[in-house]
Design a protein around this ligand. Structure first.
Ligand SMILES: [Zn+2]
Length: 413
């Protein structure tokens, strides 16, 4: 009986569609940034759905939303599944939302079929995964990694303080410090998410079993030289900060080749030139550097190599080199027991699966610090995400959702 259970495809579609309408703008993109009016509306919507499904509904101090299917003995740890429903600006319908809606659907199917489960089942929608106020406020609070200092410092790009935003919404921001969940109350954490990359789509796989979640560090680098007239300063008498960046950008493939792995990624995504005038030699360049790998050791090697290369370039170009490490998120390996279970269920369902690392950061990465965690991926069409064009074939969404359902059933048998 358990093996025959399937998700209700129409209900899954309807729920996804309804949620995608919240925060949708005329341009077709979804704007549901954490704690915005659209995000708050989506949370209300989710709470209504949880209650209608007959699940217990509650929220912690970091405004993480839960639905729970309890068992008699309240001391038994929960199998938790979820993701997030906040979005980046101009987002698509699936990033985060799919994992939460699938979690809701699975719990609903288990409840309405009165299936016995030896562990309580919980769904969670973590707050601010997309990092309006810094990376993963909700899951970070959940694992007890939030400090009063973090809370005070958290601001968005428009300099709104997190504490003010939460206070204005009628919440006590200090309660986020009480959201830390006792690890003893968590049996497993599972998250279904779109891949956000092209691997599954290009290899025609229906689902991905995530092996590791990549770690990452971000630097803000500054190279300083001197501004001077673009016409009167001879080429060999310049301290052109931009040329330092240009040299460094060229070195990136070699840094990865010599110090990285096949999973290494380095990206310069934001560059500001000062004074920023067409006829002035740039005196300063500030740029972001995003570096990722599935091994912390490799991350350290990439960090050391980048520092050496930037120092050498600065010496050669007579520039000053300075950097600030904005964050460091350690990579995690998914729990072997869970990976094996997902794989087995994928085989039972006859799915074409692929074992792969996740190149993007996820709430699962935070939760993995305190509990066994794993992830299921579904393909992203053409690898597109963080865009209104993100999409996954409905067949693959159904496959991923049924794989989550069967995995939960197996784990709670
Ligand atoms: Zn996401």
């Amino acid at each position: 009986m358990r093996e025959k259970l399937r998700i209700n495809s129409k209900r899954l579609w309807d729920n996804l569609y309804e949620l995608s309408e919240i925060g949708k703008q005329k341009d077709g993109g979804i704007y549901r940034m954490a704690f915005s009016p659209a995000d708050m509306e989506a949370r209300d919507w989710l709470c209504q759905k949880i209650k209608k499904a007959g699940l217990e509904n509650f929220q912690d101090g970091a405004l993480n939303v839960y639905g729970k299917l309890p068992v008699q003995d309240s001391s038994i740890p929960s199998v938790i599944t979820g993701s997030h429903i906040d979005t980046v600006p101009n987002a698509g319908a699936l990033d985060g939302a799919l994992g939460v809606i699938v979690a809701l659907e699975c719990l609903q199917v288990i409840k309405e079929n009165n299936v016995a489960h030896k562990y309580p089942l919980e769904l969670v929608a973590f707050s601010d995964e997309e990092g309006r106020f810094g990376p993963m406020f909700g899951s970070k609070s959940f694992i007890g990694d939030m400090t009063p200092g973090n809370l005070l410092e958290s601001t968005d790009l428009k300099n709104n303080k997190l504490i003010d935003v939460l206070t204005n919404l009628g919440y006590d921001p200090n309660k986020a410090l009480e959201a830390a969940r006792d690890p003893k109350t968590i049996k497993y954490y599972l998250e279904l998410h779109i891949e956000q990359g092209p691997v599954l789509d290009s290899t025609n796989k229906e689902v991905g079993v995530v092996s590791d979640i990549t770690g990452l560090f971000k630097w803000q680098v500054t190279l300083s030289g001197s501004a001077n007239h673009a016409g009167t300063t001879p080429m060999d008498m310049r301290n052109d900060a931009f040329m330092g960046l240009a040299d460094f950008a060229h070195e990136i493939p070699r840094i990865i080749e010599e110090n990285g792995s096949e999973h290494s990624r380095m990206t310069i995504g934001m560059v500001q030139l000062y004074p920023g005038s067409a006829n002035t030699i740039p005196e300063k360049v500030r740029f972001s550097m995003d570096v990722r790998d599935v091994s912390e050791e490799v991350m350290h090697e990439l960090k050391n190599a980048s520092r050496k290369v930037l120092s050498a370039i600065a010496r050669r170009k007579k520039l000053m080199f300075d950097f600030e490490e904005i964050n460091w998120i350690s990579p995690v390996s998914c729990e072997p027991v869970l990976k094996a279970c997902i794989k087995e269920q994928a085989e039972n369902l006859g799915l074409n699966y692929h074992i792969m690392p996740s190149g993007a950061a996820h709430d699962a990465q935070m939760v993995a610090k305190i509990a066994p965690a794993a992830m299921i991926f579904v393909p992203s069409k053409a690898g597109i995400s963080h865009s209104m064009h993100e999409w996954t074939d409905w067949r693959d969404i159904e496959a991923g959702a049924n794989l989550m359902l069967q995995t939960l059933l197996k784990l709670t048998e």
